[in-house]
Design a protein around this ligand. Sequence first.
Ligand code: NGQ
Ligand code: ZN
Length: 459
Amino acid sequence: MPRYLAESAWLPEGWARDVVIDVDGTGAIAAVVPGGDAAGATRLAGPALPGIPNLHSHAFQRAMAGLTEVAGPAGDDFWSWRDLMYRFLDRLGPADVEAIAAQLHVELLKHGYTAIAEFHYLHNDRGGGAYESETTLSDAICAAAGASGIGLTLLPVAYRQGGFGGKPTSPAQRRFVLSPDGYARLVETLGHRHRRDPQIRIGIAPHSLRAIAPDDLDGLVTLAAKLDATAPIHIHVAEQTREVEDCIAWSGQRPVAWLLDHAPVDARWCLVHATHMDGDEIARLARSGAVAGLCPTTEANLGDGLFPLGPFRSAGGAIGIGSDSNVSTSPVEELRWLEYAQRLAARARNLAAPGPGTSTGVALLKAALAGGARACARPIGAIAPGLRADIVVLDPDHPVLVARSGDALIDGWIFSGNDTPVRDVMVGGHWVVREGHHVHEDQARADFTRRMRHLLAEA
Ligand code: NGQ
Ligand code: ZN
């Protein structure tokens, strides 16, 4: 059994010294013993922390990062961005989706993410017809995750209508729509195929209240329970004020309130964004046990609005972070912007810290690990027995960490800019990043470059 020695490691109870970590043949942590027997152990090169879960991604959007930053003719917003995004995804084939996802995963791993929940809604071919295999594009995501080594929670997305009240889908949405039967088949096939793979978990994702009808929602919740009792359910909700207004016009209720009243929202659920909530929704969502999936860099990029972090956290709400449109591949940039946006609004500092003398970075990271693990519905999020051996080793000599220890390492990592001190990354017991380099980064980069040259030349 591989054995590692971390001179310092961040465990659930805090920093510990001379920690011996045993990893079993399935890629899980078998034992964690501070001051344990280090005979035959490989010494880690720096402080060890848990890998960070990324609870929300649309991998393909990585390829359009920076391509939507030119002003359009009539003022830009989320909806005009969405039109551009729809135009972009129109061109993607399976090999593009795989190459983009693989390059994304490599970058995420190099920054310390070790698991990803992919909210995957590309199902149909470029014309909107079925691929010969219904799992073609889902398989592309799984193949990318397999090649990169990142842990995957794959959430095939149900998309049935173009807006509240059964509005028909537009031609631009033709790649997302499956029949209820086709969707159930996709989920069941994937669930069955990957049931024994500790690196892959399958869940359910109604795209949003805009994109599914109330009856669909009931069917999807049933389908999740058929997968297994803890299968995750993710949904976009209340991201834009127009979405809130449209939901009220349709139902008389705000989206989060509607969802809480019409679905069994509990700890299996991740409500992505949940940006616009009133006090009652904040309290109820916090009590439900669902995770609020926050994607600060994307929410800023798209002009969504500001999540009520203080009230939600005070009410005991669970949060995690996601890279969403993948305008950033760094977990610490998400955490930093989560805190910074609140500071800008409140004109105050260290808002996430729970009390005097406590670290803001630690509070943010702890929350993201716990919420991210719950949302990914995999045994991750801490260095602890029984969990996957997903471990990030920081470079203790990196300028942003040098001469620091304990919680100051975490604050140094999060609040010192964009040059990452992540040195080595292990996922499921395998080293995927060594000395700052992903073991397959050259291949991923070459494939990505070839596909991008082709795609952008077509534009
Ligand atoms: C998505 N992204 O599914 O990629 C969405 C845009 C929509 C974000 N919401 C599409 N950030 O919500 O209709
Ligand atoms: Zn999203």
